[in-house]
Write a protein that binds this ligand. Sequence first.
Ligand SMILES: Nc1ncnc2c1ncn2[C@@H]1O[C@H](COP(=O)(O)OP(=O)(O)OP(=O)(O)O)[C@@H](O)[C@H]1O
Length: 299
Amino acid sequence: MINVENVYKRFDEVEALKGVTLKIQRGSIFGIAGRNGAGKTTLLKILTGVYKQDSGTVSIESKSVFENPQVKSKIFFVPDNPYFFGSFSIYDMANFYKGIYNSWDSRHFENLLKIFNLPLRKRISKFSKGMQKQCAILFALSSRPELLVLDEPFDGLDPVIRQSVKKLLIEDVADRSTTVIISSHNLRELEDFCDTIAILHEGKVLLCSNIEELKLDTCKIQAVFKKNFLPESLSRFKVISYSKKSNIEVIIIKGNREEILDTLKEFEPMVLDILPLSLEEIFIYEMGGLKDELVQILD
Ligand SMILES: Nc1ncnc2c1ncn2[C@@H]1O[C@H](COP(=O)(O)OP(=O)(O)OP(=O)(O)O)[C@@H](O)[C@H]1O
């Protein structure tokens, strides 16, 4: 379990993180979405011990990360702009990582090299941006870390490679219970393969939810009642939105579906439709007043 508790980080006048609290379960694919400058990279760098937070705590399996080589040896961080030594080829970098990570898996490396179809002996500095990103992911997966942290990994990758990388990450989590933390400025990029998503905005966590639970838990109800409907009858549930158009009541609500329906039955529904909501709709409703900010990370 990764525990982030009330973390603050400032760079001169910029408060990059303002009290971030998160819990990340082992074996989870955890997405961090947010607009440019939201604080994603800063948070990832604190999580991987590159930066030290000004206040608050960060621990992995109850151990702090910063200046803790034992914990850091189980983490692989793929930054937004991966760095490779000037004249190094994939072969040279693989040898470098082999020396750092005891968990390095040469067989997996050989297999991945075929999947990515990258030249082993050519200088990485001569590769395209997308190929360099693939190299970083290749080294990350071959190192078999317990925690894999990727900053905007899909930027610059073509759609075919993107899908391959997502599949490889899912396989890794399924086979080894790896924890994957991944950032993106695009929520849609994350929603199809993360189990949990946090939305970061101006250094704060706006929302953090397990996607399945959120989908099961939230629904849209359209109903016409014989009796006069009283919205306050639903006060023990979380009513996200309520409106009435002519005689149709439209309710977006979170809570136990059976109990909600039992409550609504008291008003003798003549029409009662339960409609599923897309993740996008759920986020938009959940974030209420911050709808515009959300729409920008959906673009
Ligand atoms: N090393 C630094 N020195 C000064 N300011 C910084 C530094 N790193 C980040 N910041 C500032 O902190 C804020 C958060 O930056 P951060 O890179 O964490 O955002 P981000 O969500 O990763 O953005 P992007 O999607 O554009 O990569 C920004 O205002 C940025 O200018």
